[in-house]
Design a protein. Structure first.
Length: 245
């Protein structure tokens, strides 16, 4: 017996097409700007079968934007979200007025996130399937961080980072943890994660009485941040994309 074709919510379908974010699509739908088969639909979860329904925005067929992938050197102090309910600056400030060959950037979503106090390599794209693969804890590439802490770690503490802990029932561990350099009162570590959990490195270090002074993501897979200036971005090349596979 053949399975029926999968159905997805209208807002999700528009997002997967790279037209806009899912939250923005929900706003358009609620405002009556989106029709399905000639009828205005105001429910963002209205079920859509890909290829069966005709979707219009403001009476026009949505143009699927060409797929675009880029990397940003995220500065500290910005939150990784499109809009912040507390009015804080977001990573999208780095794209103000941005264009490619004179054309404005299409809608782009962050691939994963870095918290407000963290810095470094952050990917963006309008390809949800690709983004899901990068963020997948089983298939996605490792993430490498350089972390400044407020103490000189012992060999036992470095080993404990890799052995892992359980916090509130959630296992946390690093794939590897190396001492890069140290001074009199603090040190820099290189920590590699093969899975992403909320504030994972900060929570791991705090459990060992080590506090984070700076946290910089320097690589995703073999794609390195390199000399990209803070707050700057660039489009990923074909070679960059191969490094992420």
């Amino acid at each position: 017996m053949n399975k029926p074709p999968p159905r997805h919510g209208l807002a999700r379908v528009l997002s997967k097409q790279g037209v806009c974010s899912r939250s923005e699509a929900a706003k358009w739908i609620a405002a009556g700007r989106v029709s399905v088969d000639g009828r205005i639909v105001r429910d963002p979860e209205f079920p859509i079968v890909q290829g069966r329904h005709r979707i219009h925005i403001d009476g026009r067929l949505p143009d699927a934007a060409p797929r675009l992938y880029l990397m940003l050197n995220k500065p500290r102090g910005l939150v990784t979200t499109v809009q912040d309910e507390r009015g804080r600056d977001t990573v999208y400030r780095c794209f103000d007025g941005a264009s490619i060959d004179g054309a404005p950037l299409p809608w782009l979503a962050p691939v994963g996130r870095l918290d407000k106090a963290s810095e470094g390599l952050l990917l963006f794209c309008n390809d949800p399937q690709w983004a899901a693969g990068i963020a997948d804890p089983d298939r996605g590439p490792d993430k490498t961080y350089h972390v400044q802490i407020d103490a000189i770690p012992s060999a036992e503490q470095l080993a404990a980072l890799q052995a892992g802990i359980v916090e509130d029932g959630e296992p946390l561990r690093a794939k590897s943890a190396l001492l890069l350099r140290s001074g009199e009162k603090n040190a820099w570590l290189e920590i590699v994660l093969d899975e992403g959990r909320n504030r994972q490195i900060r929570r791991l270090l705090a459990a060992l009485d080590l506090n984070v002074l700076r946290l910089i993501r320097v690589a995703i897979g073999s794609l390195a941040l390199g000399d990209l200036a803070k707050g700057q971005w660039r489009v990923l090349s074909e070679e960059d994309l191969r490094r992420l596979q």
